[in-house]
Design a protein around this ligand. Sequence first.
Ligand code: URA
Length: 283
Amino acid sequence: MTGQTSSARAPTVEGKMYHIMLGPGDIPPYVLLPGDPGRIEQIMETWDEASEVAFHREYRSARGVYRGAEIAAVSTGIGGSSTAIAIEELARIGVHTMIRVGTTGAIQEDVKVGSLIIASAAVRYDGASHEYAPPEYPASASPEVVLALVEAARRLGVDYHVGVVASTATFHLGQSRPGYRGYEWSKSRERIEDLRRMGVLSFEMEAATLFTLAGLYGLRAGCVCAVIANRITDEFVPGAGVREAIMVANEAVRILQEADRGKAGMTHSITDLAEAVRRLYGD
Ligand code: URA
């Protein structure tokens, strides 16, 4: 046996959370959440200072400084189950603001590959969030984080859309792709067209879990995704828009920190954020 033992109900190893292998104070409370551990390096390259902190299973973490803002990134792996573990453990070590930086497949023709989607809310086909709250509970992004992401995208001059995404538990049937040997059933076949008619912008796999848990726990959460596929035009360009999504998330953290610094002890409010944005950019 290695490491100190802990309670099975709240597992830790030598004071670190069992999965993410981080403890209180190891990373700043503003965290970017890519799915892919490989994306941590790409994120670190955009910071002024960066160091890797831990790497255990799919959870790779780094901390650094982006234009004066203390920032961290932790990969979640793919899907709601591993994302829920990351959020549970990050909350326990004091993280309060989380921005998913991911990729997504558009289901509206006018949402171009290479553009960004800032999620205002997510349809809960993720599976994991249903272990936390009934289907009627909304998976909504925090208004402050949406506002900061929009402001960041505007200032960086990137092409972005704001709206509802659908988070699925699987990449294939959950997103109306045929399974092995063309397997499908009525529900998987019809989902994409139903959601398209509802105005949902895209498929991805983690936002609903993040938004639901953040809502339940009083944490702030947002999501910016690079559109790497369009299911209507059948285009697929891996990596398209990913750097832009990272830069928008970095900049949003800077905006939120500026807002938070200005309000010492006050509750978070959109007015404070708007003021901070004006101070940063001199509008
Ligand atoms: N991520 C998804 O979940 N689906 C896509 O089509 C592209 C990225």
